[in-house]
Design a protein around this ligand. Structure first.
Ligand SMILES: NC(=O)c1ccc[n+]([C@@H]2O[C@H](COP(=O)([O-])OP(=O)(O)OC[C@H]3O[C@@H](n4cnc5c(N)ncnc54)[C@H](OP(=O)(O)O)[C@@H]3O)[C@@H](O)[C@H]2O)c1
Length: 263
């Protein structure tokens, strides 16, 4: 499978790196176009892929064309590349760009829209994706292999779920990083050395996630297992509820969703 990237920034590079690491593609199968010479040099030097300035040159002969530019650059990119050939599939990870915008802008019906997230950089991403009705089963399977190299993936039949995924899993790592930072600061506040607090927090989060995966229980059930009557955990949980921890998360994700819909 030949894959071309338009945009070799953070996500473009993450995808190239995962595709090569998972053996989904070899360096000669990948071409990247980027306006930035430094990015082109880095990508060809580090991964051995073809890196060019001209997007049309990059996409020629590709089975899958990945659009990995910032939303504000999308119109220009669509003008630059024009209509792909009838057999080429366009895979867009551009936040907020709908299937109909891409279909109209490219004059091409075979579009896949995906929302990966930042841990895709290490092959631990979560991607929600959908496809225009014209994309065949075989083509879906081919693009599914590309997305699978980034980590876990979930197909959604209705495009509206992509904007929701943008707010939940797309932005999600930022919420988790903020939680880690705040919890570490809390440890420092009560007197722990920062490096110790950091280690305690990270393994607590990793261990909790793995426990949940293995136990297959509802999180409330697991939480109850460590909330002794009149104990320390109950005391902390009361403060979190008083501060609106749950409802704050709901309103934060809802705000991100509104933004995603209106980009
Ligand atoms: N980062 C994430 O976690 C994440 C997650 C999901 C989805 N996304 C989406 O993925 C897309 C890419 O994000 P990113 O973080 O990878 O952005 P990025 O680092 O800015 O990468 C985009 C690259 O495309 C280049 N570019 C701009 N115009 C171009 C053109 N006409 N032809 C070829 N290359 C061009 C940019 O060069 P210049 O910098 O010189 O303009 C830059 O190197 C965005 O739409 C974003 O919403 C990102």
């Amino acid at each position: 499978m030949k894959i071309a990237f338009v945009g070799g920034g953070t996500m473009g590079e993450a995808m190239v790196s995962c595709l090569l690491a998972k053996g989904v593609a070899e360096p000669p199968d990948i071409a990247v176009s980027d306006v930035d010479k430094t990015r082109r040099e880095l990508l060809s030097g580090q991964y051995g892929v073809t890196a060019v300035a001209d997007s049309r040159e990059a996409i020629g002969g590709a089975d899958v064309i990945v659009l990995a530019v910032k939303p504000q650059d999308l119109s220009r990119v669509m003008e630059e590349i024009g209509s792909p050939s009838p057999r080429q599939i366009v895979l867009s990870i551009v936040v907020g760009a709908s299937l109909s915008t891409l279909h109209r802008g490219l004059g091409h019906p075979l579009i896949i829209r995906a929302m990966p997230n930042m841990p895709a950089r290490i092959g631990e991403g979560m991607t929600a994706w959908t496809a225009s009705p014209e994309v065949s089963e075989d083509q879906r399977k081919m693009v599914g292999d590309v997305l699978g190299a980034l980590g876990e993936k979930v197909y959604v039949a209705d495009e509206k779920y992509i904007d929701m995924a943008t707010a939940l899993s797309g932005s999600g790592p930022a919420y988790v990083f903020l939680f880690i930072e705040a919890l570490t600061d809390a440890g420092v506040h009560i007197g722990l050395p920062r490096d110790v607090a950091e280690r305690l927090v990270i393994q607590t989060i990793l261990g909790s996630v793995h426990t949940m995966e293995k136990a297959g229980k509802h999180p409330a059930e697991l939480r109850n297992m460590i909330t002794s009557p009149g104990g320390t955990t109950a005391e902390a949980l009361l403060e979190l509820e008083k501060g609106g921890f749950r409802s704050l998360l709901v309103t934060a994700v809802a705000a991100a969703y509104e933004k995603a819909k209106n980009l």
